[in-house]
Design a protein. Structure first.
Length: 553
């Protein structure tokens, strides 16, 4: 067994790990090692935005986690893809850039994450970003992460926005700016026609520094402690185990499934669970692996009377031509993720801010590309944003190679079904607006026969899918909170020299996709790790609907 030594060990090279590695290695006196279980992200299918479903379905890039049978979904086993590749899930995701609603972060503050209110985090969103159309009080103009809008060349994108306005929801110029609620363009992490992952933005430029090393194809099997202080990790590669020591800190950036699993394998977690697996308890933290949250969605699909959807590009020859054009020019249909317009609305009166999200797509097809309609169609991915259901990540065994037990307990709270019913009815109303008159054919899914509460509930249980946003399984909170796992600076409570800095530390899930807030979180955590003063707070206001207490729109 050989031993190496660095100042900082970062476990995981994903949306958080890439950011933390880049920021810590800015200090030339600090040596940093990133340890990644997966391999290289050099693949045309990762780089080409339209090919997003290919790496997601490739075991070379995806952990292929699955849930335990979900009781609320008729015992369905649900896919839980997580990136196992340089760039992590940012190398296999849908490239959608949604920061969340500003009120999400004020809620974090109320939930015990002191210093994480919207005024505190907005400067870090701005520091991370270069927006193609330029920066302002809300958007960044000189950060590593490039964001852009799609060309909106298909008229269906604009029809969706117009229909939302006709239905009374209003438009927003920038869902990531002053006003999230309403219908507008979707931001994407695509730059010059290529996927702009966290690795592209942060890790690859930083890898040129002599004080940053990256080790791929390496499994971290446990964190090493001396007493209650983390001093390194044990790793396995090609069947050989060795130790790597950390002079300063071990930082977990493995995400909401891997980080709690590794904590538990190392003796940090609920004492009874660890003891039952024969693992010596270093710190009894009952919140490790609990509070797991996700977004559910279903596909509301409508046939198109006009042959203008992506269906005409689904044949082998058409796909080959799209790919060829992309390889030559990095433009055309190969250069977009096809999520170019979107919407955020409130499900009912009394909801303070948007709790339903829409991704619009000019095709009728599953997100993972596994099934498509046999005709021209379009769809909205729709689902509630703040489910009350809570799940867990628990050990299947003490073997680090075994996937953990994952259960989200989807739809275990009755309010979640109430919100799903609203998703069906409100979406049906939006697609019925005059903006779609020239395009709207028959409703393909859920279908005109799904009307009553019982019919909607049955449809949702049978057809709902994960939006692939697991989070919150190592919740951030105050040190006196028995179920908090880390404090406001990401330090694991009860031990020293160990932090978690990824989406698992979110106290509660945000309103939208998670890549953007995860990158922001890592930016802010990097300052805490370096002992820097936080960026000055923002005084930028944000929009709230008038009369939300009594009006749904």
């Amino acid at each position: 067994m050989t031993t190496a030594e660095f100042d900082y060990l970062i476990v995981g090279s994903g949306s958080a790990g890439s950011v933390v590695a880049a920021r810590l290695s800015e200090d030339p006196a600090a040596s940093v090692l990133v340890i990644e279980r997966g391999g290289s992200d050099r693949s045309i299918f990762i780089a080409m935005p339209t090919a997003l479903s290919i790496p997601m379905n490739d075991r070379a890039y995806n952990w292929f986690y699955e849930t335990e049978p979900e009781p609320g979904l008729g015992a369905r086993v649900m896919a839980c893809p997580r990136g196992r590749v340089v760039g992590g899930s940012s190398s296999i995701n849908g490239m959608v850039y949604v920061r969340g609603n500003p009120a999400d972060f004020d809620r974090w503050q109320a939930e015990g994450a002191d210093g994480w209110a919207y005024a505190d985090v907005l400067p870090y969103f701005r520091r991370a970003e270069t927006r193609e159309e330029g920066g302002d009080a809300y958007r960044g103009s000189d950060g590593p992460l490039h964001t852009s809008y799609g060309p909106m060349s298909n008229p269906l994108y604009r029809a969706f926005i117009d229909a939302g306005v006709e239905a009374g929801y209003g438009a927003t110029d920038d869902i990531n700016g002053f006003r999230q609620e309403g219908f507008g363009r979707m931001d994407r992490t695509i730059h010059r026609g290529r996927r702009w992952s966290a690795a592209s933005a942060y890790l690859k430029p930083a890898s040129k520094r002599p004080n940053l090393a990256i080790e791929t194809d390496t499994l971290v099997t446990r964190i090493l402690f001396e007493g209650r202080r983390a001093v390194g990790v044990e790793v396995e590669r090609d069947g050989r185990r060795r130790t790597i020591r950390a002079r300063r800190e071990v930082i977990l950036c493995g995400g909401p499934i891997n980080s709690p699993q590794l904590l538990k394998l190392s003796g940090v977690g609920p004492a009874a669970e660890l003891s039952a697996r024969g693992i010596a308890v270093v710190a009894d933290r009952p919140g490790v692996g609990e509070n797991l949250q996700d977004h559910l969605e279903f596909y509301f699909q409508v046939a198109s009377k006009a042959p203008i959807t992506l269906y005409k590009h689904m044949g082998p020859l058409a796909k080959a031509l799209i790919g060829l054009r992309w390889m030559l020019f990095h433009d055309g249909l190969g250069a977009t993720n096809h999520f170019e317009s979107c919407g955020f609305i409130r499900s009912r009166a009394g909801v303070a801010y948007a709790d339903i999200q829409y991704h619009f797509l000019p095709a009728a097809i599953r997100y993972d590309g596994q099934a498509q309609a046999d005709r021209h169609g379009f769809q909205a991915h729709v689902g509630p944003m703040r489910s009350k259901s809570r799940g867990y990540v628990r050990l299947a065994s003490a073997d680090p190679r075994d996937h953990p037990l994952i259960r989200f307990n989807y739809l275990s709270n009755d309010d979640d079904l109430v919100e799903m019913r609203a998703c069906v009815r409100l979406t049906r109303e939006i697609f019925a607006q005059t903006a779609f008159d020239a395009y709207r054919g028959e409703e393909l899914a859920p279908g005109p026969g799904v009307v009553s509460d019982d019919e909607i509930d049955a449809y949702v249980r049978a057809h709902v899918e994960s939006a692939y946003h697991p989070s919150c399984s190592c919740r951030m909170g105050r040190p006196d909170d028995g179920f908090a796992v880390v404090d406001r600076k990401g330090r694991v409570i009860g031990v020293d020299g160990l932090r978690v800095a990824d989406s698992s530390v979110m106290p509660s899930i945000t309103t939208g996709n998670l890549n953007a807030p995860t990158i922001m979180l890592a930016e802010k955590m990097a300052d805490h790790i370096r002992g820097r003063e936080p960026l000055p707070r923002s005084n930028a206001p944000y929009w709230q609907a008038d009369g939300w207490e009594t009006r749904q729109r």
